[in-house]
Structures are given as C-alpha cells and as structure tokens.
Design a protein. Structure first.
Length: 193
C-alpha cells in the first residue's frame, strides 16, 4: 500500500480473525490491508465479503465481461485496490490479462471487441453521477446478453460501485497483488474530458 488509510487498521484478532487471515494468506498470499481497516466493524466486513462471494459465483454473464466491468468502474472511481486486485484475479482465473492491462485506457485501445466496449461504456454510464445509461445501451446489451445476463451485469456493476467508492472513501489503496505475481503495470488511464 502506498499511502495511509483514513481509518487505522484494527488488530485482526479472535478465532474469526485467525480464520480470515489464514484464508487470505492461502488464497492471496497475504492479508490485504483493507481487511484490517474493515475489521473495525467485523459484521460489515463479513457481510460485504459474503455478498462478494455470492457475486463471484454468478455465471449467467461471461466472467471476462463482469471482471472488465468491475475494473472499468474502479478505473473511473479511482480505486487502485480494486484495479490491482481484479488484474491479479484476471490472471488467476485465466482471463485475458493483456486486455485487463488495457482497461484504464479502453476507449483508446484496439484490444476490445464491440461487445466488451459496450459493456465498458455501460459500466461507466452506471458509475457516472448522474448515471448516463441510455435506452439504446440497454436494448443492445439485452439483445446480446439476454435479460438474465444484463440483470447480472447490472448487479455486478452496482456492487463494484459500492466496493470501489467505499475503498476510495476510506483511503484503501493497492496492495501490490499484480506486481507480486509479475504482471506488467496497468496502462495509465487516458485523460477524460
């Protein structure tokens, strides 16, 4: 982590804390700094993690599309933790890491398919304040993903907005997951405006 969080990390203790640390080390190789911050309210940590696990199990929409959508939200909001983690996770899930690397500058990159571009535009439109989702966006994605797929994609993007905005508000930054597994640094985000 490059900075300090706005709320200091709590000591992760007790039986539940021990289990969480073991699981994190086993699955991620380290205990993310965010866990210490959120441990200030273990119930919120456990509930958010539970929702995250459920979201990760959804499989109506292609995993690469939902992963890229989450990264687009993270890039737009400025959540370095989510960008780093989802880039690392893309590698672990055998998704296209060359494309994942380009996500912060997806509009300028030639790496993405037309459907991926529509998904990324939809993710950004949902993330904008005020949201800028159009009927045409929804109609096109409905045609390509079907109603169940679009509902899932929308829910993934909504969850991504909750987690990225929480992390940014609390000052939670990248833990270096992608760097630790040798992935190239993410492309810088293109200037917006």
């Amino acid at each position: 982590m490059t900075g300090t969080t706005r709320i200091p990390a709590a000591e992760i203790s007790g039986v539940k804390g021990l289990l969480i640390k073991r699981l994190a080390r086993r699955t991620l190789g380290q205990v993310p700094s965010s866990i210490g911050v959120l441990w200030n309210n273990p119930r919120v940590l456990m509930d958010m993690a539970g929702v995250g696990r459920k979201v990760k199990k959804w499989d109506t929409c292609d995993a690469q599309l939902t992963s890229f959508a989450h990264m687009a939200v993270a890039s737009m909001v400025g959540c370095t933790w989510c960008l780093d983690f989802h880039y690392f996770e893309a590698d672990n899930r055998s998704l296209d890491t060359a494309k994942a690397r380009e996500l912060p500058r997806w509009r300028e990159s030639g790496a993405f398919t037309p459907l991926e571009r529509e998904v990324l535009a939809y993710a950004e439109a949902m993330t904008a304040t005020e949201p800028t989702v159009t009927d045409a966006m929804v109609a096109s994605l409905r045609e390509q993903l079907g109603d169940p797929g679009l509902i899932e994609l929308t829910a993934v993007i909504a969850f991504a907005n909750a987690t990225t905005r929480s992390n940014v508000a609390l000052g939670i930054e990248s833990d270096g997951f992608a760097e630790a597994c040798g992935l190239e640094p993410l492309a810088p985000r293109a200037a917006v405006g």
